[in-house]
Write a new protein. Structure first.
Length: 325
């Protein structure tokens, strides 16, 4: 038996077992009525095709880390309610990662019911082939699925990491093998530390997507993501998923932006951004954000400049996450 066959049988068995467990929680939900409500919600949220993938996607997605019960132990009930509400509101892009605590497991209790209708993205922080494979297998088990729509290399920060990833036994090998085996549809790279590294990664490998911070304080950073990465992504046809939209709420502090409508509007108005992903602490907060996404209209340049000016004196506090590697 080949290694490939072994992996596929292993994953199929693991997903079947996980499905029987998750089914106890999910089986009694009324999928018919929920789907009806979700269809109506989706029709009211603008969509954009995710770069060269051609996959149409609502412009707002749910993140599985940050200030949310989705990444906290012991919050299964709250997490399930949040994920179900996201589905009902028309969210179809769901973002998680192997190292987001229990996040993948929470998603795996809800999303299998709607698997063909959602876009499920996860990540690996491993830089070598075997380590990445192990995390992919674990992610698929936790998420109770036999494939990911998008598998990403998580928080890539340094050139040495890129050299390892694209080396003889680097994680790029796992990306290619998993794609060949149809365990993943698309590949991506993420980062919030050094934009030039993400841009270099996009030039060195045909990634389908990138997840990067796009917010109103970025312009003032000495190494901004927007002018460094977005042009390369557009040139390559790479889908851009924006994160750190309100910068963990720091953009929404008194005296900075007027509210989430400015934070989200600024991000979605950037040329080349296809979708914005944020976390949510409660279903009510999620509903408020989705309402803003439904009403979104691109901001004129004058409005973008005004929003940028509001962050000019506080950008260092807002972009604190740039130190993370």
């Amino acid at each position: 038996m080949t290694r490939k066959t072994t992996r596929r049988k292993f994953l199929a068995t693991a997903v079947t077992v996980a499905g029987s467990i998750a089914g106890i929680t999910a089986f009694n939900r009324s999928s018919t009525s929920t789907a009806k409500n979700a269809s109506s919600a989706t029709a009211t949220m603008p969509e954009r095709a995710l770069g060269n993938t051609g996959v149409p996607m609502p412009i707002f997605g749910l993140g599985g880390a940050g200030q949310t019960p989705l990444s906290s132990p012991g919050t299964e009930k709250e997490s399930i309610a949040l994920i179900e509400r996201a589905w009902e509101l028309g969210i179809r892009y769901f973002d998680t990662a192997a190292d987001y605590g229990p996040s993948e497991g929470y998603f795996g209790k809800v999303l299998p019911d709607y698997r063909k209708q959602v876009f499920l993205a996860s990540k690996t922080a491993k830089r070598n082939r075997d380590g990445a494979w192990r995390e992919l297998e674990r992610s698929l088990q936790r998420l109770n699925t036999d494939y990911l729509d998008l598998w990403q290399l998580h928080h890539v920060s340094f050139e040495e990491e890129l050299n390892t990833i694209f080396g003889k036994n680097g994680a790029a090998k796992a990306l290619e093998e998993a794609q060949e085996q149809k365990l993943i549809r698309f590949t991506g790279i993420t980062g919030h530390h050094e934009p030039n590294i993400i841009a270099q990664g996009l030039r060195r490998y045909p990634f389908d997507a990138t997840l990067i911070p796009i917010n109103a304080a970025d312009k003032h950073h000495p190494r901004p993501f927007i002018p460094s990465v977005l042009p390369v992504a557009q040139e390559k046809g790479v889908a851009v998923i924006a994160m750190k939209v309100p910068a963990y709420g720091r953009l929404l502090k008194p005296g900075v932006l007027e509210g989430m409508h400015q934070a989200l509007g600024y991000t979605l108005s950037q040329a080349g951004v296809h979708c914005a992903v944020t976390a949510a602490e409660t279903p009510a907060q999620l509903e408020s954000n989705v309402k803003l996404a439904r009403a979104f209209q691109p901001f004129p340049n004058s409005t973008l400049e005004e929003i940028e000016q509001r962050t000019a004196d506080v950008w260092k506090d807002i972009t604190f996450y740039r130190d993370w590697t």
